[in-house]
Each structure stands twice: as C-alpha cells, then as structure tokens.
Ligand binder design. Structure first.
Ligand code: ARG
Length: 281
C-alpha cells in the first residue's frame, strides 16, 4: 500500500517533472527565436525565381530555329539570353506558332516574345515593345530565271507570304487583301519551299531570312530582288501591354549588351559584319 502510494506519488511527481521539463524545453525553444532568423533563413531554400516564358516561332533561321537536337537556337535566342543574364532574370524559350503568338502573349501564356517581330503602330496597340534590336526590310525571292526586277512586277503573279507578317501586309496592299494570287503559309520556309516547287512565282519576306535560305539551299537556285518601295522595319521584343516591370528589365539588359560589345559579338557571329550604328546605339 505504502509502497504503492509512494510509487504513485513518485510517478505523479515525475510526470509533473517531465511535463515541466517539456514545457521548459518548449519555452527554451521559443525564447531564443528572435536570434534564430539568421540561421533559419540561411538554411531555408531561396524562394523559386520566376522563370519568364519566351515565345518564339522557331522556323525562322537565322533568328530562331530548332537544331537536330530539337533545341531552339539563333540570333534572337542569343540576344534574349544575353539580355536576361544582364537583367538578372531567368528565361525559358517555348516554340510558339506565329499565328497564335500574339494571343499567347495577351492571354498570359507567354511573358515575352522574340520572333523577329517588326515593331508596327498596329501591334503597339495591343502589346508593348522594347527598344529596337535589329534593322530589317522586305526582300523578294524568285527563281534565278525570273524576269521580275521590282516589287510592282508581282502584281500579275502568284506570291507566297507567311500569314500575318509584314510581308503579308505589303503584298496585301499591292494585290488586294482578298486577292487569290496571294498564297499564305504558316511559316516562311513553307512559302519558300512552294517557290522551289513553282507553286508560287515569288515570296516576300524579311531580308535576313530570305538571304539565309537562298545561301543555304543552293539547289533552290533563287535570286533576290530588293526594292526601295519597302519601308525600313525594326525588330523589338514584345511584352504584354502595361508590363512595365519586365519591359524595363529587358530594355536595361538590351542597353547593357549594346554598350559592352556583347550585342556586336552576337551580330557578327550570325551576320558576319558589324551591326548598323542606328541599332547599336
Ligand atoms: N518581321 C516580320 C513580322 O514581324 C516577320 C516575322 C516572322 N517571325 C517568325 N519567327 N516567323 O511580321
């Protein structure tokens, strides 16, 4: 009896003691908390950095295309990667068909677009552009045997363009938007392939892409025809209207790579010559 009471008291006392110790321990853990943040912050993983999704229609060499491994490569890719590095942001390129590319931006599926996009007043109404990063112009591709010498000569011919591009715009103006002589393709290489197959008599597209195709497809035996009727164009990176935060980062990065020679280096790598002063500034 006595023994058992003693035991019980002992047990009671010990459990109180244990409870006390536990409480004390808890208290102790809480007490030094104010000093702890430094250590616990260092141990915690940093908050995941935002990865900006960059849309690009990767069928537009040398600006953007897919290599044998399926990787998206090109001048635009190198420019945006260098811009991102300077701006301290992370980017991820996603192949995005040209026809839906602007909708992908406005719907928020893409944060940024790089796709040899010409800055136009019309596009400026629905998206914001960075400072220009490349000078371009329309150029006509025809078979080497063709007699055409100027843009106006295309009036009676079948002309291939990539749907919704500035090439489409100029040809639509010349032939009439609904003209059945305009053959619209989902990519510029497809339009050029059709020229090769004589399905169209000419293709009008950005000079950089036409020259690249003609140089790399000797079998196609094309020639190019330029015309002063084409107004100068400039490429810009596009963000959603009002995305000032990203636009400022991009413009800052662009200014930095132009200033420190990175831009000129990338340009020379793809086009062999020094970039036009107007764009480097
Ligand atoms: N510069 C032209 C435009 O803005 C053509 C761009 C097409 N780009 C492309 N990656 N498919 O309309």
């Amino acid at each position: 009896m006595t023994h058992s009471r003693t035991t019980r008291r002992f047990l009671k006392t010990s459990s109180l003691l244990i409870a006390g110790l536990v409480l004390a321990a808890c208290g102790k853990q809480e007490a030094p908390a104010p000093a702890a943040p430094a250590a616990s912050t260092a141990a915690a993983p940093p908050p995941a950095a935002k990865v900006y999704v960059v849309g690009t229609d990767a069928a537009y060499a040398p600006f953007e295309s897919q290599n044998e491994k399926g990787e998206i490569v090109g001048f635009d890719i190198d420019v945006v990667s260098a811009v991102a590095k300077k701006a301290g942001i992370e980017v991820k390129f996603v192949n995005t068909p040209w026809e839906g590319i602007f909708n992908n931006l406005t719907q928020g599926d893409r944060d940024l677009l790089v796709s040899a996009i010409t800055i136009t007043d019309e596009r400026k109404q629905t998206m914001d552009f960075s400072a220009p990063y490349f000078d371009a112009q329309q150029l006509i591709a025809v078979k080497a045997t063709s007699k055409i010498t100027r843009f106006d000569d295309l009036k009676k011919l079948k002309v291939g363009v990539q749907t919704g591009t500035t090439g489409d715009e100029v040809v639509s103006k010349l032939l009439g938007k609904t003209s059945t002589s305009i053959k619209r393709f989902e990519s510029t290489p497809l339009a050029l392939k059709e020229l090769e197959a004589s399905g169209v008599d000419a293709v009008v597209a950005d000079n950089g892409v036409v020259i690249h195709y003609v140089t790399n497809n000797a079998g196609a035996t094309f020639k190019t025809v330029s015309d002063t009727a084409f107004t100068p164009e400039q490429y810009g990176l596009a963000v959603n209207k009002g995305n000032v935060e990203l636009l400022e980062k991009v413009n800052k990065g662009l200014a930095d790579i132009k200033a420190d020679g990175t831009y000129a280096k990338i340009y020379a790598q793809y086009f062999g010559a020094a970039p036009a002063a107007a764009v480097v500034k």
